[in-house]
Design a protein around this ligand. Structure first.
Ligand code: ZN
Length: 333
């Protein structure tokens, strides 16, 4: 189910109804905000059998603003078994107890290109969704360029990425860029209420979700994850007031699992950004609610945001010494 991003949904739907869909889209934005969910929901709607009765999308009844979710096409897409919809994701493997991703190689891209070149099995469109397009190996990305340069008939390619700065500029320039932002708390709450169909207190999960509906769902379904996220925010507040010995111990702790630390830093950034907006009199732009917590100096909050953002960038370059970067962060915030 789609939570938030109504503007993007309306734009894509309007393009389809006017027969103006691009051959390739690049969905970019933070992790777990719903990029893949929106791509799949949109493709379901596009191929939904309830849309087929009319030859033109212009003749749609009002209820058909979303896919029916029940026809064969919708169910096949949900099961990743639709013959005209291909989802390519980076292969994953376990390193210790951390799930890591491999590159998407040339063979996977060639297989996808072959599928796209075939006639459709009956759907009006053939669709390819590439999750985490930054994971395409350079060989695979170069080969994929050809598909983007010479799109075949009614094919639509949706590339998805939360690290799009590392995608080849030649690929970016051939796609229509769609930017996803964080989702406001009230929209996540409304989405969760519709999803669960029963009255539950979502407040804590929504607050810790930091504008990411995917994270909110994980927080609700995994109690351990929720407890861990609560601890992370407490740690940040303690950090802002602690001495160097305590801070360095946290740096050492965080350096042990860089992918997880990236998520912790992202969560800290959203929380800090809200505090900056709150203290500068713009609570209307906040992702979360006002904090019932001590106030901080605005310049300390801004400095912390800047330093955390810098550290996040450094950590995304795996050749850098993570512990050193985190220790520098601890010195500066
Ligand atoms: Zn359907």
């Amino acid at each position: 189910m789609l939570i938030g991003h109504q503007r993007i949904w309306d734009f894509l739907q309007k393009s389809a109804k006017q027969n103006k869909l691009a051959h390739a889209y690049l969905f970019v934005g933070p992790a777990q905000v719903g990029k893949t969910t929106l791509a799949l929901e949109f493709v379901k709607w596009l191929l939904c059998e309830k849309n087929k009765s009319s030859t033109s999308f212009k003749v749609l009844d009002k209820n058909q603003n979303r896919a029916c979710g029940q026809c064969k096409s919708c169910l096949d897409i949900a099961k990743n078994q639709h013959p005209d919809v291909f989802v390519l994701s980076p292969p994953q493997f376990l390193k210790g107890d951390v799930l890591k991703s491999k590159e998407i190689g040339i063979d996977e891209v060639r297989a996808l290109q072959h599928q796209l070149a075939l006639c459709s099995y009956g759907a009006q469109y053939k669709v390819a969704i590439i999750e985490e397009a930054a994971a395409l190996s350079s060989e695979a990305a170069n080969s994929f360029l050809k598909t983007l340069e010479e799109p075949s008939g009614q094919s639509i390619i949706i590339l998805i990425s939360s690290a799009w700065q590392s995608i080849l500029p030649t690929i970016i320039s051939r796609c229509q860029l769609i930017k996803f932002g964080l989702v406001p708390e009230r929209e996540i709450t409304a989405g969760l209420e519709a999803l669960s169909k029963k009255k539950t207190d979502f407040k804590k999960a929504v607050k810790l979700a930091a504008g990411q509906p995917g994270r909110a769902i994980k927080l609700l379904t995994e109690p351990d994850f929720l407890a861990e996220q609560e601890k992370n925010l407490e740690k940040l507040e303690k950090l802002l007031k602690s001495d160097l010995a305590w801070r360095f111990a946290r740096a050492q702790e965080l350096a042990q699992n860089t992918p997880q630390t990236q998520e912790v830093l992202a969560q800290w950034l959203v929380w800090l950004r809200d505090r900056v907006l709150e203290s500068s009199g713009r609570p209307d732009l906040m992702i979360g609610d006002s904090a019932e917590r001590p106030k901080y100096q605005t310049n300390q909050l801004v400095r912390a945001c800047r330093e955390i953002q810098k550290t996040k960038t450094i950590l995304s370059n795996t050749s850098f010494n993570a512990r050193l970067a985190l220790e520098v962060l601890m010195l500066k915030i």
